[in-house]
Design a protein around this ligand. Sequence first.
Ligand code: FES
Ligand code: FE
Length: 419
Amino acid sequence: MYADLIDFDTTGKVSADIFHSEETYRRELSTVFARSWLFLAHESQLRAPGDFVTALMGEDPVIVSRQRDGGIRAVLNVCRHRGMRVCRQDSGNTKRFTCSFHGWTYDTAGELVKVPRETEGYHDRLDKKGWSLTPVTRVESYRGMVFGTWDPDAPALIDYLETARPALDSFIDTLGSDIELAGPMKWRIRGNWKMPAEGLGTDGYHAETTHASALQAIGGMAEPSRIFQYSSAAGHAAAMTDLGVTQRMHEKAGVGPSPHGTNDTVTVAHATVFPNFSFIGYSGPLRVWQPRGPEEMEVWGWVAVPAGLDAETRRQKLRGVTVSFSSSGVFECDDSENWSEIAAVGRGFVARSTPLNYQMGMGFDDPAGTDLPGFDVRTGHLFNDIGARGFYTRWAELMDGPELALTPSAPPPGANGRG
Ligand code: FES
Ligand code: FE
């Protein structure tokens, strides 16, 4: 039982093995990633019919595209002939995807429309309708953010996101509602995907130590008058604080001012939408921590910017974010070093068997800490592992639940329409 590997009732311990075990990782793919809503794209990337981006759902590659009827569909990016990756571009506009192995061709809805040598090889008896690309079971959007899930029984996206919406809405509203994404920038690092996912949800604690030199360079951490942390039974977690604090921090880092909100507007500082979608308020970095094995991940990073910025303002904003949060950003490099070292030292038999401490703030969670609605449990304190405890409680629930049921010959059912 994975629930036995965490204990937030008495000891506050988490098994170190969950960050290193191949068996745990395989199960995450068939439970956590196969049954959750996963971030795929932003609608601004898919404005015209035929616009597409490629994405990952766990380790499964998918193509997400705008259809002629205005809907958005997603299909598994794996050819039904021999399993080749069908689309090898990050994004573009097309009417057809042609597999580069033998030339099977699919339309943007995933229907198999052309097979080379169909008459000579298949004697015109190939049931092309039966060999479409596997559709992602459900695709829905929330305020331009496109998510997909393989689980036909998942709640509607709007309900799945219910306890993440205060953070997600704040992220979008602070940027001015109408946003578009720049990127993605992609890079691989050693480390388990759960570390940054829990970190962006809850771990304000690391900043003074991990980022000591970077903070010194920008004049230290700003003292918030208010900070709230949220935890949710759905696994989402966030830290909210005064916009003025976040703004001063990022202005010092060169991101530039925001025209939206006032200093005491409560806004998201950082958040994770369970399981692997994170963002940082005000400056606009978005991350998906793509799992690539128990001790490796691929980081996909975008920057959300207000739509319609003039080229120079946009360039300055992207540059400001890039120097702090990107593969070479000062803050992100600090963080990546921690995650990679944890992966390296945790391979030892004794290290993997030694539990880790998630006790911070246990028993001191204050449900009355803030008047903001939305999250199930909140605390008025920065130094609290409350978000991580919620994250791993949901994680264990899914890990101990059933794997997504699939039969190889029958793709998952579902409308695969636009929400
Ligand atoms: Fe795609 Fe053969 S693997 S056409
Ligand atoms: Fe950090």
